[in-house]
Structure formats: structure tokens, C-alpha cells
Design a protein around this ligand. Structure first.
Ligand SMILES: Cc1cc2nc3c(=O)[nH]c(=O)nc-3n(C[C@H](O)[C@H](O)[C@H](O)COP(=O)(O)OP(=O)(O)OC[C@H]3O[C@@H](n4cnc5c(N)ncnc54)[C@H](O)[C@@H]3O)c2cc1C
Length: 569
């Protein structure tokens, strides 16, 4: 194939801005066309990784450990993407604008293989919670505390239904000893057994296959009998996918993660993840370069050979380019016509998450106090609507309607587990709920007008149950709407928290497009990692590890040596 001339790689930057948001436009408007720089002004590396979220950094770390020369280009002025910890309220307190409970990383092979604890990524201990994981508050005044000891939680459930209490303990065991479906997420597509094969090899596999194809609303009704308990279990299941979506049936077991690991936070804040990974990369002389917005993947003779950034620099890649940018950026970053039409056609239908997130961050002097059987005690809580109301608020969310109670609401105080977040004393509180990004009345921009009114409503709801959530105790407040979430990170298109919905048409072998789910993109030497690739969003580093697995395989490196036994390598 003839070498592409620079002017053949021109992109329509307005298109980029439409896909990726106004920030991209601002970054690119004043710049010349980058591919005109033929020499590598930024440097030459084996691999260039676009995007310094935790997945990009984890992928880079595996490649660096395997002996490759790697550089990470991050658009923002700090690495981390949705895993940063910041002084959101303008005080010394640390709050997380995005991910605050990265429980998935704790059990991820990436955490252990890369020995992240050695690099300062350490989890808090559930024993800090003083016995109570979370207090669930029903709107009629009933409560259901989840205790650190599952048997004690079951005793609370037994106040509503003895049978449900037994089911709770039985399911906890059964789900733990069930088929290892997590293996599917921890393996690149095409490299291991399918979910059906994993289940077929296990005596309880048929139950799992059913659950994985059911709707969570149905599996909750199938297993539990009491209306309070059904509402409670359903509330714990919301978060990633709406509970009435097909394929969410295993959500009936979502509360067990909370039961086992509490609110699972990282000492010092989630920002310790990118900080630790940057230090790890630094030990291999692999730079993480910030304020480097990648606008073009250079393609020569059909192969990805580098990246041009919005400031006019060009980074050459001897062996390949790995992108963790939002999947829809692939089309705008690559030369016109270099991606097959069927690939780009399918990508155009990529859907953001239906449930975005709305949060209120508070600095408080004293931790919030909940009434637990007459005893006021500090803790975290969630409000539980009836089963039917939860489905109604979900339907409203789909229609772009903001309901006062939101789609589930929780109040977490991570400084109870990790006091280092508040160096000058006090506590850091976060109130969270799910809301739509685009409002039926006024669209997404309407959030700027209503977000503080919504905050007032939420605080008023919580003040009914929490003793000291008042002006005397609150010293600072910051509110973040779904529109703000999009503005924080170019990957949070449409307020998405997970790089795009993980619904059935965008999950597993469908992520990002059927036929291209194994991280290899249609251009030779171009790989995809990040939340838009298998297994999707959340903080577990699996997309970064899976992509590294495929790249190392293409390099002829032994997976066994470089992934599962990195610590010994
Ligand atoms: C509000 C919120 C709350 C969340 N809470 C949780 C939680 O409690 N637990 C959990 O497990 N998950 C949570 N998540 C989800 C989780 O944070 C994300 O799924 C995960 O962080 C995605 O990681 P990533 O590395 O794939 O992408 P990102 O974190 O999005 O990082 C991508 C990076 O690439 C950069 N980038 C994009 N395009 C370019 C380009 N062209 N050039 C250079 N750089 C580029 C971006 O600036 C960004 O830094 C939450 C997300 C949000 C938004």
C-alpha cells in the first residue's frame, strides 16, 4: 500500500468535537494539521498509549514490565481519568469526583500481578466500620442495617421474613461456590472459554446461565418473598445497568460485595491508583505525559505508526498504538477510510449509560448519625423506595425526568474507613444518586440551572433520617451533575460513567463492535483498551490487562510469564 501523504490524514475536527464534547474543539481549533510534522517531535517509543486513565496506565505498566519502551499521552493536566481524588470543596478534605469504591480492583489480577500495594495502592480495612456496613432506611421509617457479620445481617432480615434470611445466607454461599464467570471478564475475548462453556463445566452452571439472561427484577422476585427485602435487594443491584434490563439477573447477589468488603476504598483516595502506576512506569523510564490531547493516529502503509497531539507534537510508535480514548474517537482519530464501514457504522450506534450520576460532596464537622434501633451511630446509609417506586423512578430516568428521590440514593462517609482524607479533622461525606443526563425539559444544559435546587431537595430527604446533617455541621458543599461529569473527562460522553453502556448489545464479544472485541482494531498495530473494550467500565484494570495480554501475544511473549507471574519475572 502506498504511503499516505500528510494531507490525506486531515480530519474534520468539528466532527471530533461533536463526538467528544466542546473541550476537544477548544483543544484543536487553534492548531495546525498535525500530520504535517513528519519527524517525531515528541519522541519515539515502542508503544504509545493514548489516555492515562487507570486502564491505559495498567496496560502501559504490563508492556513496560515486559521490556517495551512505552509512553502514555493524557489529555488532561493530571493522569487518572475517572480515578482522581481532589479537593472538590476547596478545603484540605479529599473527595472523589468519580470512582470512590474501586472494589473490583481488590480482587483483580492486575492489582496483584503489578504489586500495586508496593506502589502505594492499599485498601482500607472493613473493621474500621465499627460493625455496621450500611444502614438502609425505608421511607416509612423502617430500617435494615447490614452488619459486618453476615449472620447478624440475616437476623435483621428475619425481622421481615425468616425464609428470606435463610435465602440470604444460602445465596451468599452458592454465589461464591458457583462457576467462575469472573474468568470470562479476566480473559480477552477469544482467549478463553465463553460464559456458556464456563457454566457447562460446573454443576450449578444452568442456574447461572438463567440468571445471566434474566432481568434482575425477576430474579429478586423469584428468590425473595417479603416486599421490604425485595426492595432492599433490588436497591443494591442498581448501579451499572438498569435492573429491568435483560442480562442483569445476577444482580440479585450484588449486595454480597458490599457485605464482604464494606465501602472498599483506597487509603488516601482513589487517586492513589494513577499515582502509584505513574511511579511504577517511571521506574521503567516510561513517561506519563499530561496535557497531550491525541488528535490523530498516524497510519503508514496500513499500520499505526504514531500519534499526533493537539499541541503539534508527534510521537512515533515503533510497534504499536494503544488507545483508551472513548471508542467513538477511533473514527475521528484515524485517517478517513482506514476503518471498515461496518465497524464505523456500528460504532455510530454506541450508547451511553442510561443511568448517569449526581453527587453532593460535603465537608462536615461530625460524621452523620443514623438511628439504629434507638442508638444514634455514625455510618453510611441508603434510602430504599418500594419495589414499584424503584421501577417507576427508573422509567422516569429513561424519559429524562428528575424525581426527588432519584434512582436509589446513598450517603457514604469514606473518612470513617480512611481518616487520612481529612488531615485537619472532620469528615468527607458524599451523597449519590442516579439521574438522566439529558433532561426531557431543557436537555442536559438544564442541569446547570437546577443542580443546587436538586441538592436542597436531597438534603431535606436525608435530614429526616440523619441527625446532624444541618447547617451547623456542614462546612462546605460541592454539587456535581451528569453534565459536570461529562465536562470532567472527554470519555464520559453523554454523562456515561463506564465509557458507554454495558447492555447486551455492547457487552462481551459485542464490545466495542462484534468481530473486533479482542482489543485488535481494524488497523494493524492499533489496539483498544479502556472502558469501551472488554470487559467494560468500573475500576478493576481488566480492560488494561486484557489488552496487554493480546499485545504481548502478538509479540510472541508468553502470557504465563508476563501476566500471571509478573511478580517473579
Ligand atoms: C461519577 C462516577 C462514579 C464512578 N464510581 C465508580 C465506583 O465507585 N466504582 C467503580 O469501580 N467505578 C466507578 N466509576 C466507573 C469508573 O470510574 C470508570 O469506568 C473507569 O475509571 C474507566 O477507566 P478507564 O481508564 O477505562 O477510562 P477513564 O478513567 O475515562 O480514562 C480515560 C483517560 O483518557 C483520556 N483521554 C481521552 N481521550 C484522549 C485523547 N484523545 N488523548 C489523550 N487522552 C485522552 C481522558 O482524559 C482520561 O484521562 C465511576 C465513574 C464515574 C464517572
Amino acid at each position: 500500500m502506498a504511503e499516505k501523504k500528510p494531507n490525506e490524514t486531515r480530519r474534520d475536527f468539528l466532527k471530533l468535537a461533536t463526538v467528544a464534547g466542546g473541550a476537544a474543539l477548544v483543544a484543536t481549533q487553534a492548531r495546525p494539521l498535525y500530520a504535517q510534522a513528519s519527524a517525531a517531535t515528541g519522541g519515539t517509543f515502542d508503544y504509545i498509549v493514548v489516555g492515562g486513565g487507570h486502564n491505559g496506565l495498567i496496560c502501559a505498566a504490563y508492556l513496560a514490565k515486559a521490556g517495551f519502551d512505552v509512553a502514555v499521552l493524557e489529555a488532561k493536566d493530571i493522569a487518572g481519568g475517572n480515578t482522581t481524588s481532589e479537593h472538590m470543596t476547596g478545603t484540605s478534605m479529599i473527595h472523589e469526583p468519580c470512582c470512590n469504591t474501586p472494589g473490583g480492583l481488590y480482587n483483580s489480577p492486575a492489582y496483584h500481578e503489578l504489586e500495586l500495594s508496593e506502589w502505594g495502592v492499599n485498601f482500607t480495612d472493613i473493621s474500621m466500620l465499627d460493625g455496621m456496613v450500611r444502614l438502609s432506611q425505608f421511607f416509612d421509617g423502617e430500617i435494615l442495617p447490614m452488619w459486618v457479620d453476615p449472620k447478624q445481617t440475616a437476623e435483621e432480615i428475619a425481622r421481615f421474613s425468616r425464609r428470606d434470611a435463610q435465602t440470604y445466607l444460602r445465596l451468599m454461599d452458592e454465589l461464591q461456590s458457583g462457576p467462575d464467570v469472573g474468568k470470562f471478564r479476566q480473559t480477552p475475548i477469544g482467549y478463553g472459554p465463553s460464559l456458556a462453556e464456563i457454566c457447562a463445566a460446573h454443576p450449578k452452571g444452568s442456574t447461572w446461565m438463567r440468571l445471566m439472561r434474566q432481568r434482575c427484577v425477576d430474579s429478586v422476585n423469584d428468590y425473595y418473598e417479603n416486599e421490604y427485602i425485595r426492595a432492599w435487594v433490588l436497591d443494591y443491584a442498581r448501579g451499572r445497568q438498569p435492573v429491568d434490563d435483560v442480562g442483569t439477573g445476577t444482580g440479585v447477589g450484588d449486595m454480597y460485595g458490599r457485605q464482604r468488603r464494606g465501602n472498599t476504598t483506597i487509603i488516601g483516595g482513589t487517586g492513589a491508583i494513577p499515582q502509584g502506576l505513574t511511579r511504577l512506569l517511571d521506574s521503567f523510564d516510561a513517561p506519563v505525559l499530561t496535557k497531550k490531547f491525541a488528535v490523530e493516529v498516524l497510519v503508514e502503509r496500513g499500520r499505526a505508526t504514531g500519534v499526533a497531539t493537539a499541541d503539534g507534537d508527534v510521537y512515533r510508535a515503533r510497534r504499536g498504538v494503544v488507545s483508551s480514548a472513548h471508542v467513538q474517537q477511533l473514527e475521528t482519530m484515524t485517517p478517513a477510510g482506514s476503518l471498515p464501514e461496518t465497524f464505523t457504522d456500528n460504532l455510530r450506534y454506541w450508547k451511553p449509560d442510561i443511568l448517569s450520576m449526581y453527587s453532593i460532596m460535603l465537608d462536615v464537622k461530625e460524621p452523620p448519625l443514623f438511628n439504629v434501633h434507638g442508638d444514634w451511630r455514625p455510618g453510611c446509609g441508603n434510602t430504599i423506595n418500594t419495589f414499584e417506586s424503584q421501577l417507576r423512578t427508573l422509567a422516569d430516568c429513561r424519559l429524562g425526568v428528575v424525581t426527588p428521590e432519584g434512582v436509589g440514593a446513598k450517603l457514604i462517609v469514606q473518612s470513617l474507613e480512611d481518616p487520612t482524607r481529612c488531615p485537619d479533622g472532620g469528615h468527607a461525606v458524599r451523597i449519590l444518586t442516579h439521574y438522566p443526563y439529558a433532561l426531557a425539559d431543557g436537555g442536559a444544559v438544564e442541569w446547570d440551572r437546577i443542580k443546587y435546587d436538586v441538592a436542597k431537595q436531597h438534603l431535606a430527604e436525608w435530614q429526616q433520617y440523619v441527625k446532624n446533617l444541618d447547617e451547623d455541621n456542614i462546612t462546605a458543599m460541592y454539587v456535581q451533575s451528569p453534565l459536570d461529569i461529562e465536562g470532567r473527562n472527554i470519555n464520559n460522553v453523554g454523562g456515561s460513567c463506564h465509557g458507554g453502556s454495558n447492555y447486551w448489545a455492547q457487552d462481551g464479544e459485542m464490545r466495542p463492535v462484534f468481530g473486533w472485541a479482542s482489543h485488535r482494531m481494524p488497523i494493524e498495530g492499533l489496539y483498544l483498551t479502556g472502558a469501551g473494550s472488554h470487559p467494560g467500565g468500573s475500576v478493576n484494570g481488566l480492560a488494561g490487562r486484557n489488552a496487554a495480554w493480546v499485545i504481548l501475544d502478538d509479540e510472541g511473549k508468553s502470557i504465563h510469564r508476563y501476566l500471571t507471574r509478573l511478580a517473579e519475572a
